[in-house]
Design a protein around this ligand. Structure first.
Ligand SMILES: Nc1ncnc2c1ncn2[C@@H]1O[C@H](COP(=O)(O)OP(=O)(O)O)[C@@H](O)[C@H]1O
Ligand SMILES: [Mg+2]
Length: 326
């Protein structure tokens, strides 16, 4: 096969908060490619000035960066410019997926459910807790309560892996969370809290078509949505396949695939959803570069579909050459 003769660069590391996870994903992918007989090499991204030289030293790029410029379309655009085929979605899909508000607009546009949301007033910074003064903020918080109820969810527009996501029980906590999250991550928005199961759907190109893999249900081991508690990762139990009836499972898979397509994603992704007790799937977000560590969701979902890790990696690699020219 043609790919076997090409130099494959596994791009990993990077400058985002998810650097360490990316290095683990990248190492796993590199090892899998080696086992499968590819001419693979590690491209550890530390220095933007060295990046172009690194990328032009290979024929195909397997992108294992997570978050930041690795996932928001910047690297994808650079790779287009350098004419180097790369795995996964193109620049526009990545940029849309990284901006949760833009993504929600696209989901709604194609008729998918996504939690209702409210944006905070754009300019004025919210008062800090020692200065409960601002009436504008008090009345905004009252509007949020009216529109979304409590608890509700404060999250950054552009950030991944749950950093900055706060589930807040009342107006005071809402204003405080907006203040803190905005200071740390820039633009924020508030979403209605969706009661129900937390489900993630891996999407993978199989036999020439992007398809939804078996669903994974993520269960908190203890009171996770603890009022005021910051979202704490790592206390989760994975149930594969998710405990949903057949009809709901198919509906969630269909919605996940439509969310992936709504953003123009290609080849693979991972779609996060909340599924209400009545079986309605609400799309939270699409991750265009899902983790590839031992404990990551996409490899688990592939495994449940009878696709072992090395084969998953090979299928992901093939998306580099299949992608429509943009
Ligand atoms: N509207 C919501 N209702 C209930 N839980 C939510 C909601 N939004 C986010 N969460 C919780 O926070 C987690 C992270 O949110 P998500 O939108 O997937 O952002 P990211 O994974 O990029 O940080 C979700 O997996 C879910 O557990
Ligand atoms: Mg998520």
């Amino acid at each position: 096969m043609a790919l076997k003769r090409k130099r494959i660069g596994v791009l990993m590391g990077g400058l985002s908060a998810e650097r360490e996870v990316s290095l683990r994903s990248g190492e796993n992918v590199y090892q899998a490619l080696k086992r499968r007989g590819y001419n693979a090499q590690r491209l550890v991204f530390d220095d933007p000035n060295a990046l172009v030289e690194q990328l032009t030293g290979v024929d195909v790029v397997f992108n294992c960066l997570h978050g930041g410029i690795g996932e928001d379309g910047t690297i994808q655009l650079l790779l287009e410019l350098l004419n180097r085929p790369y795995t996964g979605s193109g620049p526009l899909a990545c940029a849309l997926a990284m901006d949760k508000l833009a993504a929600k607009r696209e989901f709604r546009h194609v008729g998918l459910l996504t939690p209702p949301h409210v944006e905070p007033p754009p300019q004025e910074p919210p008062p800090d807790s020692s200065d409960p003064g601002s009436e504008a903020w008090a009345s905004w918080a009252a509007e949020v309560e009216e529109a979304l109820g409590f608890p509700c969810v404060v999250k950054p527009v552009r950030e991944g892996s749950s950093v900055g996501v706060h589930i807040v029980p009342d107006r005071e906590a809402l204003i405080e969370a907006v203040r803190q999250t905005r200071r740390e991550f820039g633009a924020v928005f508030v979403e209605k809290f969706i009661e129900g199961k937390e489900v993630t759907a891996g999407i993978l190109r199989v036999e020439g078509e992007d398809r939804a893999l078996p669903l994974i249900e993520l269960r908190a081991k203890r009171a996770f949505y603890d009022y005021q508690a910051k979202y704490t990762p790592g206390l989760t139990e994975f149930v594969v396949p998710a405990e949903l009836d057949e009809g709901t499972t198919r509906r969630v898979q269909d919605v996940a695939l439509r969310a992936h397509r709504a953003l123009g994603c290609f080849g693979y992704s991972r779609v996060d959803l909340r599924v209400t007790p009545r079986g309605e799937p609400y799309v939270l977000e699409v991750n265009t570069l899902p983790g590839m560590t031992q404990t990551s969701d996409l490899p688990k979902a592939a495994e449940a579909a009878g696709i072992p890790f090395d084969e998953l990696v090979e299928r992901m690699l093939e998306t580099a050459l299949l992608k429509p020219v943009s």
